[in-house]
Design a protein. Sequence first.
Length: 317
Amino acid sequence: MRSIWTLLCCVVLGAALTACKSSAPAPAEDEAAAEAAQPAEEAAATEEAAAPGAAPAAEKPADIPAPPDVAAPPENAERSESGLAWTVLEKGTGDNHPKEWDVVTVNYTGWTTDGKLFDSSVKRGKPAEFPLNRVIRGWTEGVQMMVAGEKRRFWIPGDLAYGEAKSNDPHAAFGPPRGMLVFDVELISFKEAPKPPETPKDVAKIPKNAKKTPSGLGSRVLKKGTGKEHPTATSVVTVDYSGWTTDGKMFDSSIVRGTPATFGLNQVIKGWTEGLQLMVVGEKRRLWIPEELAYQGRPGRPQGMLVFDVELLEIKQ
């Protein structure tokens, strides 16, 4: 059974999912590197050992049958302009709604429309916790409609999940489920995230006062550092950062998560590997990373040139 790693969407820097209870990775060059860079931008579903003397865990359900309306949204389902459909299964007790940057705690079960269960925090016996903007778009949209204590059923079309099913997809057997997905989601609670940093005014293109390297990387020092040494291409660094696409949309921020990120510079996109080596501890720099030094048009990743504000906090190696 696929775990919550399936649910969390890689629209983020760390490419893989975000470990919500520890430091998250930066933009990973590939999924394997992203996972290696953890403690997890994404440990939302990581199993934890029981504390000494804790009571035995309750027996987990053997299976969770698919709902009778799993094949398609029923007539009484509400729909949004995006194509997301839902019904309210249980009304909540809260008054406030989570925002896309907030960290939510949920129980959920997911099925494909043929009734096959592919993931369930209920079956694992442990709720999941993650930033709401780090998951598939159908979840980001849908859970923002909920209040604490509420339970909804969502029918999420493929274009708001992991894409539509294609007969010639070589990754279909190994990757996340394609096509419409159905989730029963209970919003247990949520924690408000810090206010996101303001979008830079020069996010649209590399300005004249920025320096460019032969590779096309642009950078400008925002705050001088106090260190003297520069990290190498294999150093492990700790940073705070925020990232935007050139239309000004923020897609990731360790500041919003409230936890700096630690990772190896050989485990991230090329623009980060090159750009961080220009810096010293204490320095804050804005990087304009062209697409060929970022995600190179890969589906599910931020597209085009990316802009990052990065503060180098520590060089560990």
